[in-house]
Every structure is written in C-alpha cells, then in structure tokens.
Write a protein that binds this ligand. Structure first.
Ligand code: ADP
Ligand code: MG
Length: 273
C-alpha cells in the first residue's frame, strides 16, 4: 500500500498556511428559497485553500442546500458563489447556463462531492465507478482511466475490492469508493454531505480515517457537513454552525466546539454529545 502513516495534525502550522492562502470558495449573500420559504438567508462564507471547514447544524438548517449550491446542483435566488475566483453557474448576462455547460464547468472549476447515500452506479464495479466518469467527462483513455482508478482505490484501501459491485460492498467501502470517485478529477474543493450518516456505527471510523488523511496528508480543501463533533474538532480548521439557513457562529473548530459562545450552538453541541 502507498498510504502514508497517519500523523497528528499540527494545527498551528495549518492555520498559518491556510490564513495566507487565497480563497477557494467565496459565497456572498446567498439566498435560496423553496416555494417562497427561505432556506438560505443572505449567507456569506469564505473557505481558504487548504482549509477544512466543518458545517454543523440541526436537520433542516440548510447544510445540504448550501453544499449543493456550491456544486451547482441547485439554483439560487440571489448572491454569488465563486470557486477559485471563478463565478460558477451564471453567464455574463446573468442568465443561467445549460445543464451541460454547468457539468463541464463543475469539472473544470474542480468541485467534487460526496453524498450521504454514496450515489454509486449500482451496475458498475468499484473500479468502473471511478474510471467511467474519467472517460466520459474527462476524456481519459481506458488505460489511463483504469490506472488512475487503481491508484485511487489503493489510496482508500480498497484495491482488493476493485471488481466488486456496490451491493457486494459494505456501506463503509461504498463510501470510500465514492470518495475515490470524487477525487479522481483532482478537485480543488471536496464537498462532503454527512458522509457517515448512512453508515452503521462500526463502519463510521474507516470513512472518517480516509477523510482525515486527505486533510492531514494531502492538505485538501474540504467542506464537510457532519454530526461527528469529535471528528470535526480534531480534523476541521474551522467550524460553522448553521441554523435556519444562517450562520449563527463560526470559529476555530477546536475552540468553538469546546467553548461555544452562542447559546444555540451550546445547546446543539450538548444534544449531540
Ligand atoms: P440540512 O441538510 O441541514 O438538513 P437541507 O438543506 O436539506 O438541510 O434543508 C433545508 C430546508 O430546505 C429544510 O427545511 C428542507 O425541508 C428544505 N428543502 C430542502 N430541499 C428541498 C426541496 N427540494 N424542496 C423543498 N424544500 C426543500
Ligand atoms: Mg442534509
């Protein structure tokens, strides 16, 4: 295996590097409503290159909607989202782009997404789940795509499952394949929407360990919505607490998740203990 041994996070070093880096994602005054009901309320958030942001908040607070807007899986009412300084999803005249243009843009701007329910192609093997999109979207040859898929399967510790179909894999293994697939085009930012919420408790740690390694060893920029408070405290640089579509509190994860200032954050953390 090529996987490097895990080492503990040097948070101070990370902070210094992250603070001086440029914005990976900039969200300004994002507004989104469903049938007139506000779901995101003038939300603004910056994510620096190399930063790991944990998105916390009760069910229905808007975490998934926010992540889906960043990845342009949703449209929004007003506001701006830029990824590495590029405005995604709108044309110069402000009209929406075609779905095909958005798919190309998503790939070229480099946003990857991991979903709660894995969303693997059920009829494709683990390797094909990764190699397929590399061929269809990125235009890689079969051999290049397979080589890259094998590399990524090795990285998530699943070389031995390359030819398995999703239904023959555990939930933890499926989610690791989904992470490998999201990493395949080398995204600038990886979004993970409650990546362990659908897993049996005994399978949570293998997935968190893969995510932890991406943060520590690869310095990958990530936004993770999660209810795993301990994981967020250890791995995230910054924690953002969302309620009713607005940021209630944010700060250094190891500080805010231990000593929250806002009573709503405190109450939420108490319930999650
Ligand atoms: P979270 O991920 O924090 O649980 P969501 O972003 O899924 O929150 O949902 C935020 C709010 O938007 C909720 O009130 C939810 O019911 C509503 N919502 C989400 N998706 C839709 C949709 N497709 N149609 C209508 N309402 C939606
Ligand atoms: Mg959600």
């Amino acid at each position: 295996a090529t996987a490097k041994a895990s080492r503990p996070l040097d948070k101070e070093k990370r902070w210094a590097a992250v603070a001086s880096s440029r914005a990976a994602v900039e969200i300004r005054d994002l507004r989104k409503s469903y049938s007139g009901r506000s779901v995101l309320d003038e939300l603004s958030l910056d994510v620096r290159v190399g930063e790991v942001v944990a998105l916390l908040g009760p069910s229905g607070s808007g975490k998934s909607t926010l992540l889906r807007c960043i990845n342009r899986l949703e449209t929004w009412d007003s506001g701006v989202i830029e990824v590495l300084g590029r405005r995604i999803g709108t044309r110069a005249d402000g009209r929406p782009r075609s779905p095909r243009a958005i798919a190309n843009e998503r790939a070229s701007v480099g946003v990857g997404m991991v979903f709660q329910n894995f969303n693997l192609f059920g009829h494709l093997t683990a390797r094909e789940n990764i190699a397929g999109p590399l061929r269809w979207v990125q235009g890689l040859s079969v051999s290049e795509a397979n080589r890259r898929a094998n590399e990524l399967l090795d990285r998530v510790g699943l070389s031995h499952r390359a030819d398995a179909l999703p239904r023959h894999m555990s939930g933890g293994q499926q989610q690791r394949v989904a992470i490998a697939r999201a990493l395949a085009p080398n995204p600038a930012v990886l979004l993970l929407d409650e990546p362990t919420s659908a897993l049996d408790p005994e399978l949570v740690s293998e997935v968190l360990e893969v995510i932890r390694r991406l943060a520590v060893e690869d310095g990958l920029t990530m936004v993770i919505s999660t209810h795993q408070i301990g994981f967020a405290r250890d791995v995230a640089d910054r924690a953002v607490f969302l309620a009713d579509g607005a940021i209630v509190e944010q700060g250094a994860a190891d500080e805010m998740l231990v000593r929250p200032k806002n009573p709503r954050t405190a109450q939420f953390l108490q319930i999650m203990e």
